[in-house]
Design a protein around this ligand. Structure first.
Ligand code: THU
Length: 160
C-alpha cells in the first residue's frame, strides 16, 4: 500500500489586490446574480467567462420544478461560450453567490459537475483557465481549473 497526499494551490485576495481585469470579470459575475432564476433555493449564483477574443459570456443558475433539470451558473456560462464561440479558449471564469440579501462572505464552492465541465473546457483548448471565486471577505484565485479537481478524467482516459 502506498499513501499519497494530493495537494492543490489557491490564493486568497482582498478586492483591491486583484488586477483590474480580474475585478472587471468578478463584477460581471456579481451583476449576473441579479438574473439568476432560483425560486426554489433562493441562492443566486452568477458566472462570467472571459474568452481569448475579449468577449465576456454571462451565466447564472437556472432552476426547475423538476430539480435535476436545472443548471448551475458556471455550466450555463461555459456551455453558452462553447455554443457561441467554439473556437475561443476560455481564459478566466468568475463566480459569485448572493443569498439572504448579500453576497456570501466565503466564496461559493463549485459543485463536482461544474468542476468536471471546467476541466473539459480547459482540456479542450489546451491552456489554463483561471478560476475566481468571489467572497465578500476574500476572492479565491486558482491558476487552473485542474487545481479544483485532483485526478481529472479527460478524453485520454477513455483510451484506456
Ligand atoms: N449552484 C450553482 O449555480 N453553482 C454552484 O457551483 C453551486 C450551486 C446553484 C445550483 C442551485 O440553483 C443553487 O445554486 C443551490 O444549489
Amino acid at each position: 500500500m502506498k499513501e499519497y497526499n494530493l495537494t492543490t494551490k489557491m490564493r486568497a485576495y482582498k478586492w483591491d489586490e486583484l488586477t483590474e481585469d480580474q475585478r472587471a470579470l468578478v463584477s460581471v459575475a456579481k451583476e449576473q446574480t441579479k438574473h439568476s432564476y432560483c425560486p426554489y433555493s433562493h441562492f443566486h449564483v452568477g458566472a462570467a467567462a472571459k474568452l481569448a477574443n475579449g468577449e465576456v459570456i454571462r451565466g447564472c443558475n437556472q432552476e426547475n420544478a423538476a430539480y435535476p433539470s436545472g443548471l448551475c451558473a458556471e455550466r450555463s456560462a461555459l456551455f453558452a461560450a462553447g455554443a457561441q464561440y467554439p473556437d475561443q479558449p476560455v481564459e478566466r471564469l468568475a463566480i459569485a453567490c448572493f443569498t439572504d440579501g448579500h453576497f456570501t462572505k466565503e466564496p461559493g464552492s463549485p459543485c463536482g459537475a461544474c468542476r468536471q465541465v471546467m476541466i473539459e473546457t480547459e482540456h479542450r483548448y489546451g491552456g489554463k483557465m483561471e478560476v475566481l471565486l468571489y467572497g465578500d471577505e476574500a476572492t479565491y484565485v486558482f491558476d487552473s481549473a485542474a487545481d479544483l479537481l485532483p485526478l481529472i478524467f479527460v478524453s485520454e482516459n477513455l483510451k484506456g
